[in-house]
Design a protein. Structure first.
Length: 168
C-alpha cells in the first residue's frame, strides 16, 4: 500500500528522475521560464522552490547543498546572484504554473512554469520600482535642469561666503 506517499515518480527510475529534474531546474534558472507537461512542472516546482529558498542566504554550505542537487556550477552561480537578489523579500511561492493546452502529438497537458519575479507582464514593473526606492534610502530625488543646478550651486556658494564674513 502507498499510504501518504505523495511523491510523483513520473514513470522513471530514481536516477533518471533526479537527472531530469536537475536539468529542468537549471533550464528554469537560466531562461526564467520553460514549457513542459503539467506533471513535470508540478514535480519541478517541489524540486526547485527549496533550492531558491536556500539561495537567499549566500553561504558556502548552502552553495554546496544546492550544487549537490543541480550539478551545474553555472546554474548555481545564476541562482545565487540574480534569482536570489530578486526573491530576497518574498516568503515563498517563487514559481508559477500556467496551463497552455494540449500537445499535438499525444494530447498531453502542457504547462509553462516560470519564476514569478521575472515576469514583467504580471508584475507591471512594480517590484523593480519599489526595490530601487529602498536602495536610495526613501524618496527619490527630483532631477533638476542643468541651469537650475548651476543656480543652486551659485546660491550655496554665496550663502557660505556670507556666513564666513559674518563670523569674522
Amino acid at each position: 500500500m502507498r499510504h501518504g506517499k505523495k511523491f510523483n515518480h513520473l514513470s522513471r527510475q530514481t536516477g533518471h528522475r533526479k537527472s531530469m529534474l536537475a536539468n529542468m531546474a537549471c533550464s528554469l534558472i537560466e531562461h526564467k521560464r520553460i514549457n513542459t507537461t503539467v506533471a513535470k512542472a508540478k514535480a519541478l516546482k517541489q524540486f526547485v522552490e527549496p533550492l531558491i529558498t536556500k539561495s537567499k542566504e549566500d553561504t558556502t554550505h548552502n552553495r554546496r547543498i544546492v550544487f549537490a542537487y543541480l550539478r551545474n556550477k553555472y546554474g548555481v552561480t545564476e541562482l545565487f546572484r540574480e534569482v536570489a537578489a530578486k526573491v530576497g523579500d518574498r516568503p515563498g511561492g517563487y514559481t508559477r504554473i500556467i496551463k497552455v493546452g494540449n500537445r499535438l502529438g499525444d494530447n498531453a497537458d502542457m504547462a509553462m512554469i516560470e519564476l514569478v519575479d521575472f515576469n514583467e507582464i504580471y508584475n507591471g514593473g512594480k517590484k523593480e520600482e519599489k526595490k530601487a526606492k529602498s536602495r536610495r534610502g526613501g524618496k527619490a530625488k527630483k532631477t533638476e535642469t542643468p541651469a537650475a543646478e548651476t543656480k543652486a550651486n551659485e546660491d550655496a556658494e554665496t550663502s557660505s561666503e556670507e556666513t564666513t564674513e559674518s563670523a569674522e
